[in-house]
Ligand binder design. Structure first.
Ligand code: GLN
Length: 382
């Protein structure tokens, strides 16, 4: 058998999301682990997709994406954040948020460049930086508040710092950045050439009337930022794998040099369908309310259990602490919860390099009421 010369990611296995979904399927557990809706997307959107496929729009799109969709994205950003991205030269349609993140890192990170991330961190940041020879510097946000101590972040900055990766709202903690966080960030980067990769895929899922502070609202940040968003999260179609990257022209030009050899372009009829659907702003404006009802349904259902509900300001994930139930580590606890109690979740330690065990697990509430009800019943018996 051929011997592999080396592994570029020797410590990496299959993602925790795939592992937990597989475990859920094997044990016929309710799957609140991997973040995806178990309900249908709007039939209007599905009909648009059907229409454009059948009309024959099935060949390559331009490498930056279909103009109609990029114009709708620019309009959405302008309405939401009062700033303009030029649709042709500053917005690129990608194959989901993950590809936009991968391509951004591939474009700008080379050997020994340092990249600051905030943990708990979404799983693809660190391995992708390492693939390109970069070095990850971590700031650990701690349970139960997951606040950022910016004085500590400052200590991570050096002459080699090339990029800071933000995830706002944060998956898995559900926390959002506040105005003082943004001001601290501005003070760190303002006289530097540090780039920002801002993963804002949950930007439209924010609760209790709070505001999403997108990086693009702040000129000092926008000029150095690549903003990543996802239609999977926005319109309940995670399997369509489509999102975008918005960035100033010079950054977009570099991004597209890599994007063209990475995927070249993204599927055409779906871009046309999304462009049509986005003409109605109500579709994304009602998302906060829609998911807030689900969050509250889950929180109310778990209120009388021994699970401690942590703050959830955004995303479709609820973090819960289970230390009143068990002192097992979170991987063992989540495994037992799936096998014995038939509810699959994600252990928070998978979002930390050092596998911190704070006895916290993540529950996805992008589910039908009926699914959430079943999960609440099962969790009430733990
Ligand atoms: N973003 C999804 C989550 O956090 C998972 C996506 C994936 O499975 N890679 O659960």
């Amino acid at each position: 058998m051929i011997q592999l010369p080396f592994s570029k990611l020797s410590n990496i296995g299959t993602t925790i999301f795939s592992q937990m979904t597989q475990l859920a399927n094997e044990h016929e557990a309710i799957n609140l682990s991997q973040g995806f809706p178990d309900f249908m997307a709007d039939s209007e959107l599905l009909n648009f997709a059907d229409h454009f496929i059948k009309k024959g729009f099935n060949q390559y799109a331009p490498l930056g994406g279909m103009m109609g969709l990029k114009e709708e994205i620019a309009r959405k950003i302008e309405n939401s954040h009062h700033t303009i991205y030029h649709p042709d030269s500053e917005i690129t349609i990608t194959s989901g948020g993950t590809q936009a993140i991968f391509t951004t890192i591939a474009t700008f990170i080379k050997k020994d460049d340092e990249v600051i991330i905030f943990e708990p961190a979404y799983d693809c940041y660190e391995p992708t930086v390492e693939l390109f020879g970069g070095i990850v510097k971590r700031f650990e946000m701690k349970a139960p508040d997951y606040e950022i101590d910016w004085n500590e972040v400052k200590k991570l900055v050096s002459e080699k710092t090339k990029m800071i990766i933000l995830n706002n709202p944060n998956n898995p903690s559900g926390k959002i950045l506040k105005e003082n966080d943004i001001q601290e960030l501005i003070s760190i980067v303002k006289d530097t050439s540090i780039l920002i990769l801002s993963d804002e895929v949950y930007e439209n899922i924010i609760f209790d009337g709070k505001q999403h502070l997108s990086i693009c609202k702040y000129p000092e940040l926008k000029e150095r930022s690549l903003l990543v968003a996802s239609f999977g999260k926005l319109f309940h179609v995670t399997g369509w794998k489509i999102g975008y990257c918005a960035a100033p022209k010079a950054l977009t030009e570099e991004f597209r040099k890599v994007h063209q050899f990475n995927v070249f372009c993204v599927n055409t009829p779906i871009q046309l369908a999304l462009a049509e659907y986005m003409k109605n702003d109500d579709h994304y404006k009602k998302l906060n309310q829609f998911f807030q009802e689900k969050r509250d349904f889950l929180r109310n259902g778990l209120a009388s259990t021994s699970f401690e509900l942590l703050d959830c300001e955004g995303t479709y994930f609820q973090a819960v602490k289970y230390n009143q139930i068990s002192d097992q580590n979170d991987i063992d606890f989540a495994t037992e919860l799936t096998i014995k109690h038939k509810v699959a979740t994600v252990p928070f330690s998978s979002f930390y390099k050092n596998k911190n065990n704070d006895h916290v697990i993540r529950l996805c509430f992008a589910k039908k009421t009926e699914t959430l009800k079943k999960a609440i019943d099962l969790l009430s018996k733990v």
